[in-house]
Design a protein around this ligand. Structure first.
Ligand code: ADP
Length: 446
């Protein structure tokens, strides 16, 4: 045991104080250490959290890009599918065009020939190899292949669209040609020319026309003989007849007259169809012709209790036109006869002639049954008879207006009608007035 001396006591105290201080310092250090430990744990934890967060985001992004890649692949597959289908469609369309039963030519939006099908080459006897020579050319330049010249000339005469225009190449090659624009979603993509072979139809039509023409010619002689024999009997040239015999003979005479009208109509139709309707033109006053014809029908109309009025709006002026008088008389007679046929008893017919815009116009107005709107388109076609007309008047050939239209148009005129069903009809036709008066002349205008 050490002995505490007076000198060593303060040192000991000092030492003890130092020790206490050091202990305190150690405690502070330990506390700092603990705090630093906490901090570093905190940092580590936050760091770990951040890494986890970033890893999660990265995974999400990887998934997103994987999804995009899959979507892209799907799109590519779809596009490939569409491309394949478009290719197939194109092939199909080309195969249809190539094997189409009509001749086809397709012109692009700039009107350059893009393709010609083989049927077209056969129809127009385009020499082998010449088909590719015309690709890229415009319609007007297709004539470099001589076989196509008639087609080019026909198209040059027409303004587009061309619809069913007849192209006569030879007895063995007649075509119906149509040319129309083809439009896609974004406007015009080109135009298509179709040549349809109608050689067979034309030849059958020609044979039918020839047959009708021969039959009508053959029938004319016996029918005329019957007419004149009946006339002689009725006039008492072959001895007296009693009233019953007269009655029967009058009826037979009328039936025979109807047969003559029919035969004459058929002959006129065949002449129109064969382009043989000869016109003997002369400068005449159309007003006078219309008037005298109207007068000639007054008695016939009266038998049906129908009044015929003549409207004269021309005053002293001449309604001159250069026409074939007999043919124009046929037109006016047909219009007046129709008005009488299709107007019930008690009705009225007005025949008028005047001058309108350099044309002579003749109009036949009636208060009859009129024309249903559904028949407007067919009124001037061959053999057409309205259902209401057949009901009201069984007699009729359906040829009168067809012949009238051809005669008027061959004179450079127009024929048309205005009608409300049940309220009558007005038929008009015009013939251009001549610019300078001239004498008669013979022409084949049909
Ligand atoms: P058809 O008188 O012999 O039948 P048309 O060619 O003269 O032959 O006339 C053709 C058709 O036009 C007639 O069947 C009739 O349906 C119609 N039609 C002609 N004229 C008249 C009219 N004035 N009123 C009503 N319908 C008419």
């Amino acid at each position: 045991m050490s002995k505490i001396t007076n000198e060593s006591a303060p040192v000991a105290v000092e030492n003890a104080r130092n020790f206490a201080d050091q202990t305190k310092e150690v405690e502070i250090l330990e506390a700092d250490l603990a705090a630093a430990d906490d901090k570093s744990r905190e940092i580590a934890e936050s760091f770990e959290k951040q890494i986890k967060e970033q890893a999660r985001e990265l995974r999400a992004k990887i998934k997103e890009s994987e999804d995009s890649r899959v979507a892209l692949m799907n799109m590519l597959e779809d596009m490939e599918d569409l491309r394949r289908r478009a290719e197939e469609e194109k092939e199909k369309t080309l195969a249809i065009i190539a094997n189409f039963s009509d001749g086809l030519m397709f012109f692009d939006a700039e009107e350059n020939l893009e393709l010609v099908n083989s049927r077209m080459e056969v129809y127009f006897e385009i020499p082998k190899g010449a088909g590719s020579k015309i690709v890229g050319k415009k319609i007007a330049d297709l004539g470099v292949v001589p076989a196509l010249k008639p087609l080019v000339e026909l198209l040059a005469k027409e303004s587009k669209p061309v619809f069913r225009k007849e192209l006569f190449m030879s007895e063995k090659a007649v075509f119906e040609v149509s040319l129309s624009d083809i439009s896609g979603f974004h406007g015009k993509i080109g135009s298509l020319l179709i040549a349809h072979d109608i050689t067979r139809e034309k030849s059958v039509e020609r044979m039918k026309t020839e047959f009708v023409s021969i039959a009508a010619h053959q029938l004319r002689t016996p029918i005329s003989a019957i007419k004149w024999t009946l006339r002689m009997i009725l006039d008492g040239d072959l001895g007296p007849i009693n009233s019953e015999q007269r009655d029967f003979l009058e009826k037979t005479y009328k039936s025979n007259e109807r047969m003559i009208v029919l035969i004459n109509d058929l002959l006129n139709v065949t002449r129109i169809e064969e382009g043989r309707l000869i016109f003997d033109l002369a400068l005449v006053d159309m007003g006078k012709i219309a008037q005298s014809l109207a007068v000639s029908y007054i008695d016939i109309a009266k038998q049906k209790n129908i009044n015929i009025e003549i409207e004269d709006s021309r005053g002293a002026a001449l309604l001159e036109a250069r026409v074939d008088v007999e043919k124009i008389k046929l037109v006016i007679s047909n219009l007046i006869e129709n008005a009488i046929k299709y107007t019930p008893a008690g009705g009225k017919i007005i025949v008028a002639a005047g001058e309108i815009g350099g044309n002579v116009e003749v109009a036949v107005r009636d208060t009859g049954m009129g024309i249903p709107a559904s028949q407007y388109e067919r009124i001037f076609t061959k053999y057409f008879r309205g259902a209401n007309a057949v009901k009201m008047e069984t007699e009729g050939t359906g040829l009168g207006l067809f012949i009238a239209k051809n005669i008027v148009e061959s004179h450079g005129g127009k024929i048309w009608f205005e009608s409300v069903e049940g309220r009558g009809a007005t038929f008009f036709f015009t013939i251009p007035k001549p610019s300078s008066p001239a004498g008669g002349e013979k022409t084949n205008v049909a």
